[in-house]
Design a protein around this ligand. Structure first.
Ligand code: F0G
Length: 458
């Protein structure tokens, strides 16, 4: 028999979590105005809100904390991180930042101006936010297959080359500061981009003389999918694939709270010295001196170590295997899940799950609330609330997909937690016909409302 995967770690320290009663949860979620962000973490049994900054560091990373050099300038921790960025990603120049959106803020302050167009694959919210904040436009060029939740396609994060070329043809290159390739593509379900597609995007960028930026929060997971799904790469190591991927980028931003398995941190990688110089100014302005940029020395050490650990095949196999384990369980229960399964999360199609709840009553949010009440599991709505209102008409924008994301933190939960989550959701699925009412909004912020929205039962 082929041996199954098993975790490439054993557990040395645990954090106790507590189950609650259904009655308690009904009260807590009501008090939280039916917004899962308002729950206290001790009111949650299994927390699948995000995989960002929620991972468990290794003993190697914890020991690196003790070696942190907290010098303001030129700390050894800075050089350790610089070396790791060079070794793993291949970039000569780098700037540390406190997290991913801070990297975007610094880099985009340097490169993006009013009236620019930035094509890419389903830009992440903060990426889009930082583009629109500068009165530029993000243009989604993701392949159409990504929007069909059941279609089997190995690389649903891919960029549609025709859509991209159309953008490049119709705008002068002075107005296209770069193309963003998000690896893996969070907004389309943690779906990977193939090496072939990356190469094709690079070729188009060269043809039109524009730069390529990788939004690299989950780059190692992307490399795992390339290794396991793209024939030419099956015998290459993850580290070789990662190096090759980045060789096609001019620059990268990274939220290191994901694949570098740290609780806080990020960075920008660059090849161009002039760009590094210009971005350094904004780094100093927004983040801190260029050799710490919003991070303490110990955190840079842990991040450096995490880049090496996060690109180990055995780790990635068990990490992505666990996500698929949850996905398979749900599929077997008949729950409508986005397929193929993503690298960091399982997405539930709430429109299919709760067809009796009108879309005006926020199907995905309703489902997330029901799952919490059922089992104390916290997922997150990636749907109508997140999409905000149209800025002009102030009407709800109903996105094509109204999803609940069950995001799996790295090295934190066991497969029993996944089993528990699947059963909790299956129980909701069993009573789905009786769920006919959703939520209505009592109060909302004008922008990014999903974080603070207050709801009541419709
Ligand atoms: N890019 C991608 C693809 C992301 O998924 C995120 C964060 C960011 C950039 C921003 O990084 O949070 O460190 O500032 N995603 C988190 C999530 C928040 O839950 O998916 P950050």
């Amino acid at each position: 028999m082929k041996l199954p995967y098993a975790e490439s770690f054993k557990i040395k320290m645990v954090e106790n979590i507590r189950k609650s009663t259904r009655q308690e949860r009904e009260q807590w979620i009501k008090d939280a105005r039916y917004n899962l962000f308002n729950l206290r973490s001790d009111q949650v049994f299994i927390d699948l809100l995000t995989d960002s900054g929620t991972g468990a560091m290794s003993d190697g990373q914890w020991s690196e904390l003790m070696l942190g050099d907290e010098s303001y300038a030129g700390a050894s921790s800075y050089y350790k991180m610089k070396q790791a960025v060079k070794d793993i990603c291949g970039f000569e120049y780098f700037l540390p930042t406190h997290q991913g959106r801070a990297a975007e803020n610094v880099l985009f302050s340097t490169l993006v101006k009013q009236g620019d167009f930035i094509p890419g694959n389903s830009h992440f919210d903060t990426t889009k936010g930082h583009i629109e904040f500068r009165k530029a436009t993000a243009i989604d060029c993701t392949i159409d297959e990504a929007f069909n939740t059941t279609l089997d396609h190995p690389f649903k994060g891919n960029i549609d080359l025709d859509k991209l070329e159309f953008v490049l043809q119709s705008n002068p290159k002075e107005h296209v500061p770069f193309i963003v390739v998000t690896i893996t593509c969070n907004s389309s379900g943690g779906q990977p981009v193939s090496m072939e597609n990356i190469k094709d995007v690079r070729a188009l960028a060269d043809k039109y003389g524009v730069k390529v930026l990788f939004d690299s929060a989950r780059f190692a997971e992307n490399a795992y999918f390339i290794k396991t799904r793209e024939a030419a790469y099956q015998d290459k190591s993850i580290k070789e694939i990662v190096k090759e991927m980045f060789s096609f980028a001019d620059m990268m931003t990274m939220s290191s709270k994901k694949d570098a398995i740290v609780n806080m941190g990020g960075f920008i990688g660059m090849r161009d010295h002039e760009l590094f110089r210009e971005a350094s100014m904004y780094n100093i302005l927004f983040e801190g001196f260029i050799t710490y940029g919003g991070m303490s020395g110990r955190d840079m050490n842990a991040l450096a170590k995490g880049l090496y650990e996060g690109t180990e095949f055995d780790y990635l196999e068990s990490r992505i295997g666990q996500v698929a384990f949850l996905g398979e369980k749900l599929k077997n229960f008949g729950v409508p899940v986005l397929q193929p399964f993503g690298g960091h999360a399982i997405f539930i199609d709430a429109k299919k799950f709760l067809p009796n709840v009108p879309k005006e009553e926020y199907q995905a949010q309703t489902l997330a609330v029901e799952l919490y009440i059922e089992g104390g599991v916290r997922g997150v709505e990636i749907g109508t609330l997140l999409a905000d209102r149209d800025p002009l008409s102030r009407k709800n924008r109903y996105p094509a997909l109204d999803l609940v994301r069950l995001t799996i933190p790295r090295r934190v939960y066991t497969n029993n937690h996944m089993e528990y989550t699947a059963v909790a959701l299956a129980n909701v699925y069993e009573r789905r016909d009786r769920i006919t009412k959703g939520m209505k909004i009592k109060w909302e912020a004008p922008l990014l409302r999903h974080f603070t929205v207050e709801l009541e039962r419709a």
